[in-house]
Design a protein around this ligand. Structure first.
Ligand SMILES: Nc1ncnc2c1ncn2[C@@H]1O[C@H](COP(=O)(O)OP(=O)(O)O)[C@@H](O)[C@H]1O
Ligand SMILES: [Mg+2]
Length: 311
């Protein structure tokens, strides 16, 4: 388990990561979301010990990265700054990493196959498309069969097949008990795979919850109703304390009332109901709301994380 404790990174006059405390759970795909510049890559780099925190720390199974005996079996990562010699072939690149870490050649071949780049394994990396480079990066990340896999914007450059492939791969890894942390600036990319979502904006944690919880808490959730007499039903619902979002001859959109209550009110007043639907907002919409700072969904015990940082 990876724990971030009050992790902070300040560049000169820029707070890139602001007092971030969270845990990355095993057996789960966690989506690490936030607009560009939110601090996702900086956080990942600090987890991987590639950037020193200004304050706070990262613990990996209660150890600092520097004290890990065999880091490659603890954490594997795909990040922007993965250094690759473009003159090497894909296989040579992986073989180098494997040799340095005491990993067998058979594992190299297994990963080439798993990431779908076996056919191009003897091509120089400089001839690789961005999508192929991403696959190679993922192969490298998985070489040590690590407990935690960190992927920074892995969907960039992947084609439709690549996206499908990566979704399945990450889900399978989580099923095997791995902790998978995937960053993205697009909700839609991780929505289908992530069980949990962490949202950063301007370096601060603004949400850390399951996808389910996130949609449940949405302010935009409402009931869509079609009935025999929408306008009469609207008046009745208003009287009962419901909040009418919109109303016309065809449909009523209503908040702050249970479906059952709508049904009962309609029955008592002899109004036939044609449709009664709970409408969930798209997570993309919710994500936008969160990151423009209109809404704050973090739990109470995270409140300290939103306080300003001294510069
Ligand atoms: N090496 C650096 N020097 C100065 N500022 C940096 C450096 N790395 C990142 N930043 C700044 O920190 C903020 C967070 O960047 P980053 O972690 O890359 O965000 P994200 O990955 O969410 O897009 C940005 O404002 C970025 O300009
Ligand atoms: Mg980034």
């Amino acid at each position: 388990m990876i724990k971030l404790k009050k992790l902070t990174k300040i560049y000169k006059d820029k707070v890139a990561v602001d007092n971030l405390s969270l845990e990355i759970q095993p057996g789960v795909v966690t989506g690490f979301l936030g607009p560009n510049g939110a601090g996702k890559s900086t956080t990942m780099r600090m987890i991987l010990n590639l950037t020193n925190p200004t304050r706070g720390e990262v613990l990996i199974d209660d150890e600092r990265y520097n004290n890990l005996r065999h880091p490659i079996s603890k954490i594997g990562a795909l990040i922007d700054a993965n250094t690759v010699n473009p003159k090497l072939t894909a296989r040579q690149h992986l073989q180098l990493i494997a040799t340095a870490s005491g990993i067998s050649t058979s594992r190299v071949d297994e990963m080439l196959q798993k990431t779908g780049i076996e056919k191009v394994k003897d091509k120089q990396i400089e001839q690789f498309s961005l999508g192929m480079q991403q696959r190679l990066g993922i192969a490298a990340a998985l070489l040590g069969d690590p407990e935690t896999i960190i992927l920074d914007e892995p969907f960039n450059g992947l084609d439709v097949d690549g996206i499908k492939w990566l979704r399945k791969l990450t889900k399978d890894l989580a099923k095997k008990g791995k902790a998978v942390l995937i960053s993205s600036h697009l909700m839609s990319e991780v929505q289908a795979i992530a069980e949990r979502i962490i949202v950063l904006a301007q370096g601060k944690l603004i949400a850390d919850m399951t996808i389910e919880e996130m949609s449940r808490r949405s302010l935009s959730m409402y009931l869509r109703i079609r009935s025999e007499n929408n306008l009469f039903l609207k008046t009745l619902l208003e009287k009962s304390g419901a909040h009418i979002q919109s109303a016309n001859i065809n449909t009523l959109s209503v908040r702050d009332v249970k479906m059952e209550k709508v049904g009962l009110i309609a029955k008592e007043n002899n109004i036939a109901i044609f449709e009664l639907t709970k409408v969930q907002p798209s997570l993309e919409k919710l994500f936008t709301e969160l990151t423009v700072g209109k809404v704050d969904y973090s739990s109470e015990d995270n409140s300290s994380k939103r306080e300003g940082v001294e510069r």
